[in-house]
Design a protein around this ligand. Structure first.
Ligand code: HEC
Length: 171
């Protein structure tokens, strides 16, 4: 962390504080989520309390989708680490590469969208839009030193993951 200098250390400390706030927000968001079973705590995901809409994807599309999901989660982890280190340019780049539209190859997004109900499609589009919004906010933060906007967009982006997972599952 020393390599980032005093100013960067300070903004890294601020980023960490804000991360704490975002985590709290997310926990609250999960409890207020649309699916009631979320509020029942760990271990409550019994089959009969699963009210998610089951969406049928062809096996290959499903496999690709889940691989992309794991990359999204990896991206979020890397973004958090980059922000904690005060490296906002990396955070912006990771968001574009692992969560933005270009995180998917060729026509994968269109292929997946074909099988999605409209609500799911809208959440997918929202995620990619927020990834772009985050990349811009992180680049601004690199220039201004204020990470508040970027943290806010990151929190809302994670709420989009939560919202889609609460509402849909793949068959
Ligand atoms: C448009 C809807 C949607 C959005 C947005 C979304 N997901 Fe998913 N995700 C799904 C569905 C559907 C599954 C499969 C769940 C199931 O069948 O039980 C899934 C599964 C996953 C899995 C499990 C992968 C596996 O190998 O089984 C991970 C990890 C994941 N998502 C991470 C994320 C992260 C992180 C985000 C946000 C950056 C995100 N997802 C956003 C719909 C979405």
């Amino acid at each position: 962390m020393n390599t980032y200098g005093i100013g960067k250390s300070r903004s890294a400390a601020r980023a960490l504080l804000l991360c704490g706030a975002v985590t709290t927000c997310l926990a609250q968001g999960a409890h207020a989520g649309t699916a009631g079973h979320l509020a029942q705590g760990p271990g409550a995901a019994a089959h009969e309390s699963d009210h998610r809409v089951a969406v049928l994807f062809p096996p290959l599309v499903k496999r690709e989708t889940l691989a992309t999901m794991r990359m999204h989660l990896q991206g979020l982890a890397e973004i958090q680490q980059a922000m904690a280190a005060g490296d906002l340019d990396s955070a912006a780049r990771i968001a574009s590469m692992k969560l933005g539209m270009s995180s998917m190859h060729g026509d994968q997004a269109q292929e997946e969208a074909r099988y999605m109900p409209p609500g799911m499609r809208a959440l997918g589009a929202r995620l990619h839009r927020q990834a772009g919004e985050f990349a811009v906010a992180a680049q601004d933060a690199a220039a201004t030193g204020s990470v508040r906007k970027a943290q806010d967009v990151l929190g809302r982006m994670m709420q989009t993951c939560v919202a889609c997972h609460a509402a849909y599952r793949l068959k």
